[in-house]
Design a protein around this ligand. Structure first.
Ligand SMILES: NC(=O)c1ccc[n+]([C@@H]2O[C@H](COP(=O)([O-])OP(=O)(O)OC[C@H]3O[C@@H](n4cnc5c(N)ncnc54)[C@H](OP(=O)(O)O)[C@@H]3O)[C@@H](O)[C@H]2O)c1
Length: 287
């Protein structure tokens, strides 16, 4: 039995969708905190169980009879480590054998507050737990690009504080497909994989592709953090959120998200989505 947490979120739900293409629904368990968001999973025959990462007894109950757990990491700006420790401890108490954890890609030692600190602590805790572990260091989602640079094509200038840094973006659905393939194949005991795209792109590359698609010059301008944060605040984002976006720029500038690895490509059996394909379908639908 495979249990996927965060099953009403993006990655968890999509991973279950892929699992259902190869695995009987009776062997899949979805962990959710709000049953009303999971009625379609119930309809598809998935065993839906309820627990919050903060509710230890409910987690132990939910993990009974499970062999493998995919722990979809908790959201930033919450006590991620406490939640992850609860899940790991409860899995152990309930007799789970193998736990997969979705970390963020770390191709350098850059430490990003709210994200890598709790990932590092979770990974150490998991390794010390005695459970079989598989750590999935997920690349930055293509779907997150719009938060960083806006969801409209910029007129002439793309402002972002990433310097010459690159990101090996990966589509969340492709991450989910690769994750489902890893969950259902052997040989991943006590392994760590970086699930990045196969190519890394700079923000010059993004501006160049947008120029080509829009048919007008769009230039990337690397900024300091403050002007970028001010621009995002002026666009209506709370300062804490604007600052979080800027931190991804700093992470990119330091190469944290730039490493390219072939695990996603191998698991998919084809090249993952390219920058041009992603920008075309997202910013120029129907073109
Ligand atoms: N690599 C990247 O670019 C990237 C981008 C964003 C996030 N992430 C990380 O990857 C994770 C998965 O991404 P995603 O896109 O699937 O995020 P998402 O759509 O926000 O899904 C997060 C899931 O976690 C569940 N969850 C949150 N807190 C919980 C709690 N206390 N107890 C039980 N369940 C809880 C949510 O439940 P509800 O459905 O009830 O809200 C949701 O199902 C995120 O949580 C975050 O850690 C990575």
């Amino acid at each position: 039995m495979i249990l996927v947490t965060g099953a009403t979120g993006g990655l968890g739900r999509q991973t279950i969708d892929f699992l259902l293409t190869t695995t009987p629904a009776a062997e899949i368990v979805a962990l959710v905190r709000d049953l009303s968001k999971a009625t379609d999973l119930v309809r598809r025959g998935v065993d839906v169980r309820q627990a919050d990462y903060f509710d230890y007894p409910a987690l132990v109950q939910a993990f009974r009879g499970i062999d493998k757990v995919l722990l979809v990491s908790a959201v930033a700006f919450t006590d991620r480590l406490r939640q992850h420790q609860n899940v790991i401890d409860a899995a152990k108490e309930a007799g789970v054998k193998h736990l997969f954890y979705t970390s963020i890609q770390r191709s350098t030692h850059f430490v990003m507050p709210e994200v890598t600190e709790s990932d590092l602590a979770t990974e150490a805790y998991l390794k010390a737990s005695g459970l079989i572990y598989t750590i999935l260091k997920n690349g930055y989602y293509f779907e997150g690009l719009g938060y960083l640079i806006g969801s409209e094509v910029p007129d002439t200038e793309l402002l972002f504080p990433a310097g010459e840094g690159k990101i090996a973006f990966v589509k969340r659905t492709e991450l989910a497909a690769a994750t489902a393939a890893l969950l259902t194949s052997a040989g991943h005991d006590n392994q760590e994989y970086t699930l990045s795209g196969s190519e890394a792109y700079s923000f010059h590359d993004i501006a160049r592709e947008l120029s080509a698609l829009a048919g007008r010059p769009i230039v990337y301008k690397s900024s300091e953090l403050a002007p970028y944060i001010a621009q995002k605040v002026a666009a209506g984002f709370p300062e804490v959120v604007a600052n979080f976006f800027a931190q991804w720029g700093a992470a990119a500038k330091h190469g944290m998200l730039a490493g390219t690895h072939d695990t996603v490509e191998r698991m998919l059996g084809h090249k993952p989505t390219s920058l041009r394909e992603y920008l075309k379908t997202t910013y120029f639908p129907g073109a």
